[in-house]
Design a binder for this molecule. Structure first.
Ligand code: PLP
Length: 410
């Protein structure tokens, strides 16, 4: 039924029907339109440190620059040896036993590795337990892989720790894996050791592969301690993800790692699938891999930014205080990561459509935030604020949010 002279309509694959990534969805598109019209927008929507003047130390860049000439060929599909060795040593320091460079797979950001890990794992209808709220790539990648993301509740009144009884109640014969995002995006929670042990016990009892996204493992406030899932459960197969985007402020390099730990035998066949996918994309970008040994072995330490008087700490504190002063807004004070996830009391603000609210906020106040349902939260009463901007910008932005909320009705 091809008509001469008429272009064929190209539709998208039906498996994308359940795949969403609202952080860069309709709200951001509206922001781009406003910018094209000449409006200046305060953008607190993406955890991208460099545009806010948070740069990687010079030593990391100079090592990458010096390695450029050696970066012209494809590398081993898993990544260059010096970087995989540095990641293996790093995991030794985290207390994860037995990690060798052969257990390390590098990728173009954790994002690529999340998609690969799930593509290699899932059969149609397989279920994966994913936190709610989550970093939405996890839900999207499960659905893209033909599986079904089943959301477990993280409880605001437990400082956003997972509700482990709820997690356990969701396990079915189809459940294959448990996703743990700790420190968490979007809530800023850093899970207690007891919560993690209880979560890992669910995985142990039901033979679930543990997928631990620990990209914010070093971004901790107020003495919070991060426990690596892999260190707490040496008897379980765990895939831990981390990378250069946040702690080392190199999001544009697209450089991350996936580390396999625990008993190797039960997941040997799965790993062949992972290797196949690694081979099919040839290798991750080679120049960006050279940043890894420079950062991990170079004694680069982000704590000065996190201690009292440090920039990230000051920004978190100011943003948290300003948000919680707005009538009808309360907020857990994040112990880690780069985000605040305030709650707009439904008794006061009555938001029915939180994406609509973020578009209205953008149009009225030229402030870009992300709606809570974009993180697979079932209720419409949260928004995410990235606190990477300098305090003056945060103060202006949260002032605008307060003004907006004082008269906003849906
Ligand atoms: N995982 C989490 C929890 C994140 O917040 C992000 C980025 O915001 C990523 C993964 C993706 O990181 P990358 O830049 O390494 O792809």
């Amino acid at each position: 039924d091809h008509e001469l002279g008429r272009p064929t309509v190209v539709s998208q694959a039906s498996r994308l029907a359940d795949v969403r990534y609202d952080i860069r969805g309709p709200v951001l598109r509206r922001a781009r339109e406003l910018e094209a019209q000449g409006h200046e927008i305060i953008k607190l929507n993406i955890g991208n440190p460099a545009p806010f003047g948070l740069f990687t130390p010079d030593a990391v860049l100079s090592h990458v620059t010096a390695s450029i000439a050696d970066s012209q060929g494809y590398s081993d599909a898993r990544g260059i040896a010096p970087a995989r060795e540095a990641v293996a040593r790093y995991f030794g320091r985290l207390g994860v036993a037995g990690v060798t460079p052969d257990d390390v797979y590098l990728g173009n950001g954790v994002s690529e590795l999340i998609v690969m890990a799930l593509q290699a794992l899932l059969n149609p209808g397989d279920e994966v337990l994913v936190p709610s709220p989550d970093y939405p790539l996890w839900t999207g990648a499960v659905n893209l892989g033909g599986g079904r993301a089943v959301h477990y509740r993280c409880a605001e009144d437990l400082d956003w720790n997972p509700d482990v009884e709820h997690v356990a109640s969701l396990v079915t014969p189809k459940t294959r894996a448990l996703v743990i995002i700790n420190p968490n995006n979007p809530t800023g929670a850093v899970y207690s050791r007891a919560t993690l042990l209880a979560l890992l016990e669910v995985a142990r009892r039901h033979n679930l592969l543990v997928l631990a996204d620990e990209i914010y493992d070093q971004i901790l406030f107020d003495g919070a301690i991060h426990h690596s899932a892999a260190a707490l459960a040496p008897d379980l197969p765990v895939l831990t993800m981390g990378g250069m985007s946040k702690t080392y402020r190199l999001a544009g390099f697209r450089s991350g790692w996936l580390v396999v730990s625990g008993p190797r035998e039960p997941i040997a066949e799965y790993r062949e699938g992972l290797e196949l996918l690694a081979n099919m994309r040839m290798c991750p970008n080679v120049p960006a891999q050279h940043a890894i040994p420079a950062a991990l072995d170079g004694g680069i330490d982000i704590t000065p930014l996190l201690l009292p008087g440090g920039r990230l700490r000051d920004q978190r504190d100011l943003a948290w205080s300003a948000l919680t002063e707005i009538p009808g807004v309360d907020c857990y004070k994040p112990a880690g990561a780069l985000y605040l996830f305030p709650r707009l009391d439904p008794e006061v603000h009555k938001i029915v459509d939180d994406q609509r609210m973020c578009i209205d906020l953008l149009e009225q106040q030229h402030l870009l935030l992300t709606h809570g349902t974009g993180f697979n939260l079932p209720s419409t009463d949260h928004i995410r604020v990235v606190f990477l901007a300098p305090v003056e910008v945060l103060s202006e932005a949260i002032g605008r949010l307060g003004e907006f909320l004082s008269s906003y009705r849906q």
